[in-house]
Structure formats: structure tokens, C-alpha cells
Ligand binder design. Structure first.
Ligand code: SAH
Length: 449
């Protein structure tokens, strides 16, 4: 097999990144955007020892699960790399990932629920962070082509709230009109690196964050005046990120106008959210995710609860009224401030959040003799650490509710909990990110007698 060769392939599977998988002369070939059951003529792009990458030249037999999408760029950029697959098949694809991981771990006796569908299949994101670059002499917003930093200009981001798309385009036009230079990442020059726009589904408030190389630039006052005139924009923040880095946000925020936080609601609890704080992006699906987690936690009024990886306290504050106390841990200081302020905002006095790494704070609490009844964990993709798991079980919880955004680390951590005498019956996938391969899942560990 060699580069640029064109061969016919029968697609038999989907990889976890949603690439079509085919086998050819002992090689595994990953074909961009191809679906199981399809026969495609494909061009080989890259050849490795036992596998290769290819792209479709022509679909000779099309899968009935394929949908026509308006813009190929959604799939090419990885903005919505499942957009070419029917929604019910996307849900099945996500469930299968959990099933396959459990099988590999010899845990096939565990049940896996049907993936809980999102109420909105498109336009569900309450926040967009899009790169700003110069393309053909013009400032553009868009998304990077998959596995690259080539900006593909876009104005319809498909998975974001259309109101956010409207504001993104309006801000782009203002930056163009004032000749503000886009960021040049090769030379670490220029000005605007990213546009970050958030909208509260509850109040309709919109916050614009300009992520900039410098904390000030000549055109800023005029740009701010024009952004203020965009319909429904309530606040503007300049985030200063001077470093040569792929990390989107810098460490300092400057409020240019409006409120420093946006207020949203989950269920009947209000949340104030700072620019640096994590907030679940699918506003309508989040309460359904939490309901599933909370219902399975079987909470009692006497329970001492821990909310680890708490963000702005969304899970803990949703349960605080039904339990004795909540203690939360979160590594981002601004999010912790938000969490404590959110407790106050909602008249909740039995919840306290501290700043720190969960894998450091939990062992400290355990060594101080803390006892818990229910622990909620909602870690980032890398999952928990053995130190955290060890300390968590030392506090003797009846239940540990695990919300995960990466089923691979979830299954790894569940096996670790099993060694400590905890077990689970089922995993329930929840679709927080339609049109993308991301899988969210909830499971409850119970102490074995
Ligand atoms: N439970 C929240 C946030 C989940 S996202 C919600 O549902 O909205 C994961 C959170 O973990 C983020 O807020 C992130 O800042 C935080 N985090 C990442 N690494 C951490 C660590 N080592 N210790 C504590 N928190 C961490």
C-alpha cells in the first residue's frame, strides 16, 4: 500500500473517533467520514506499519444511516464529526463504545443503558470558542481542520445556539471594520486570538470575551463601542493571553463593560458563571444528566456529601437542600468563588467549596477523619487518580456517583474501585454533545457488604 494509491474498501466498523474502518491486505485503513456497510473508493493519505489513513474519492455503496449535511466543513474540521450520521445511530455509536470497553475489561455482565438523547440535536451549545486568524488577507473566524491549525472560515457553527453564531459574525465584522489584526500563532503576533461567546439559555444574556495577545490595543475603545451596539450583548471581557501556547484562555480578565458574570439556571438553582469557570454547555440536557446522577444517589436528609471536580458547584448546590451538608473541591479559583457565591445567591448555607486539586484535598480530608455518605465525582477526561480513589473510599461512602466524559478512564477507575470493595450494576450514557464523538456517562458505585 502506498500514498496516493486509490483502492476500493468495504467499511466494517467505526473507530472511537468516528472514522470508517476497513481491512485491506493485512492493513487496517481508517477512512475519514466513511460509514459501516459502505463500499468506497478511497485515496491513501498516509501509510504506517500496520495501518493507514485514507479519504473518500467516491461512495460506491451508501449506508442508509448517512445523512446529507449542508456543509462538509463541519465534519472536516471536527466541529461536528458525526454530523453525517443519523442521530439514532450516533446514540448507538456512543453506547457501543461503553459496551466495548466493558467487554475488554471482562465486565460484560454489567448493563449499559440506551444513550439518553439530547432534547436539541443541533444549536445546543451555550458557548462557542472560535479561533480568529487571517486567511487570504482577511480576518476570519472558523474552526481548525482536523489534526491541523489551518483555519477553515465558518459563519454557521451548527452545534452552537444560532444567537451565538449571530454575535460571532457581528464581532468578526467589527474587528474587520476597525482593521484589528488577527493573531498569528507562528510569530506570536497580531491581536485577537479567539472569540468566546456565551449565552444564558435562561435569561438570554450574552457575554463576549475577546482573547487577545495584549491587554490593550489602539482600536479597543472603538471596537467596544460597536460591540455594545450588537443586539442583546450585555457584557464584554478582554482575556489577556500573551503566551505562545495552544491553551485558549490566559490568566487575566479585564471587564470592558457590563457584568463580570453571566447568570444561568439549572432546574430551580441559579448560577453565576465567571469567564474562567467551567459550565456544562448543553443547557437543556444538563438537568437531565444531573437528575439521573441524583436519582441514583438515593440521598437522605442526614447525608454528608462531597462534590469533587465541582466547577461552580452545579451538582452540589442542586442537592444541598436535600442533604445535611455539601463540601466541594475544584482546582480553578474563580470557579470556587462562583460556587460559594452561588450558594449564597440561592440561600444555601450548608455547602462550602474549597480550591485545590481533588487528588490532594481528598487525602487531606480522609486523614483528618472525615466521614462521607455520598461522593459525586465529575473529573476531566483523564479521570481520577489512585490517590483520590484511595482517599475517597477511606471516608466510607455508601455510594460514589461517577459522571464521566471519557468512558476509557471511567472503566479504568471503576476497576480500581472494585479492588476497594465497591461495585456497580450499570452505566448510563448521556448525549451531551450531539454531532460529536464525545460520550458522557453516569454510574453509581455501592459498597459491597
Ligand atoms: N461538576 C461540574 C464541573 C465538571 S468539569 C459541572 O458539572 O459543571 C470538571 C471540573 O474539574 C472543571 O471545573 C475543572 O476545572 C476541574 N478540575 C480539573 N482538574 C481538577 C483537579 N485535579 N482537581 C479538582 N478539580 C479539577
Amino acid at each position: 500500500m502506498e500514498k496516493n494509491q486509490i483502492i476500493d474498501l468495504e467499511i466494517t466498523d467505526l473507530s472511537y473517533e468516528a472514522m470508517g474502518v476497513a481491512h485491506h491486505e493485512g492493513m487496517t485503513v481508517f477512512v475519514n467520514n466513511a460509514l459501516p456497510g459502505e463500499i468506497v473508493s478511497a485515496k491513501i493519505l498516509k501509510v504506517k506499519k500496520s495501518f493507514a489513513f485514507a479519504k473518500i474519492e467516491e461512495i460506491k455503496k451508501e449506508s442508509p444511516d448517512r445523512v446529507d449535511i449542508k456543509l462538509n466543513q463541519w465534519v472536516q474540521t471536527g466541529l461536528a464529526s458525526l454530523a453525517h450520521i443519523k442521530y439514532d445511530k450516533q446514540l448507538e455509536f456512543k453506547r457501543n463504545q461503553v459496551v466495548n470497553l466493558l467487554k475488554k475489561a471482562h465486565l460484560e455482565d454489567k448493563e449499559v443503558g440506551q444513550t439518553l438523547a439530547s432534547p436539541e440535536e443541533t444549536g445546543y451549545r451555550n458557548k462557542a470558542q472560535v479561533p480568529v486568524r487571517e486567511v487570504d488577507g482577511q480576518l476570519e473566524i472558523g474552526f481548525f481542520r482536523r489534526h491541523s491549525h489551518d483555519l477553515v472560515p465558518l459563519t454557521n457553527f451548527f452545534t452552537t445556539d444560532p444567537e451565538i453564531d449571530r454575535v460571532l459574525v457581528a464581532v468578526r465584522d467589527i474587528l474587520r471594520a476597525h482593521h484589528v489584526p488577527a493573531y498569528d500563532e507562528i510569530h506570536n503576533q497580531g491581536e485577537v486570538r479567539y472569540l468566546d461567546v456565551r449565552r444564558s439559555k435562561d435569561s438570554g444574556e450574552i457575554m463576549v470575551i475577546l482573547v487577545c495577545l495584549h491587554k490593550d490595543f489602539d482600536q479597543l475603545p472603538a471596537v467596544a463601542d460597536d460591540i455594545k451596539k450588537i443586539d442583546k450583548v450585555d457584557s464584554l471581557v478582554l482575556n489577556h493571553n500573551p503566551k505562545k501556547t495552544n491553551v485558549i484562555l490566559g490568566k487575566t480578565d479585564y471587564l470592558i463593560f457590563g457584568n463580570p458574570q453571566i447568570v444561568d439556571k439549572i432546574g430551580d438553582v441559579k448560577f453565576r458563571i465567571s469567564p474562567e469557570s467551567f459550565f456544562q454547555i448543553n443547557s437543556l440536557q444538563t438537568p437531565r444528566l444531573y437528575d439521573l446522577a441524583i436519582k441514583n444517589a438515593d440521598l437522605k436528609p442526614s447525608d454528608v456529601v462531597v462534590d469533587a471536580y465541582s466547577g461552580i458547584g452545579t451538582i452540589g448546590l442542586s442537592v444541598a437542600r436535600h442533604v445535611k451538608s455539601v463540601r466541594g473541591i475544584e482546582v480553578v479559583g474563580d470557579a470556587v468563588k462562583d460556587a460559594n457565591a452561588n450558594a449564597e445567591l440561592n440561600g444555601i448555607s450548608n455547602a462550602k467549596y474549597v480550591t485545590g486539586k481533588a487528588e490532594k484535598v481528598m487525602p487531606r480530608w480522609a486523614s483528618e477523619g472525615m466521614k462521607t455518605d455520598v461522593i459525586f465525582v465529575d473529573p476531566p477526561r483523564k479521570g481520577l487518580t489512585p490517590e483520590f480513589i484511595d482517599a475517597a473510599v477511606t471516608t466510607g461512602p455508601k455510594k460514589i456517583v461517577y459522571i464521566s466524559c471519557n468512558p476509557a478512564t471511567l472503566v479504568r477507575d471503576l476497576q480500581d474501585f472494585q479492588k476497594h470493595g465497591y461495585d456497580f450494576d450499570r452505566i448510563d450514557p448521556v448525549d451531551m454533545f450531539p454531532q460529536t464523538p464525545h460520550v458522557e456517562a453516569v454510574t453509581v458505585l455501592t459498597k459491597e457488604n
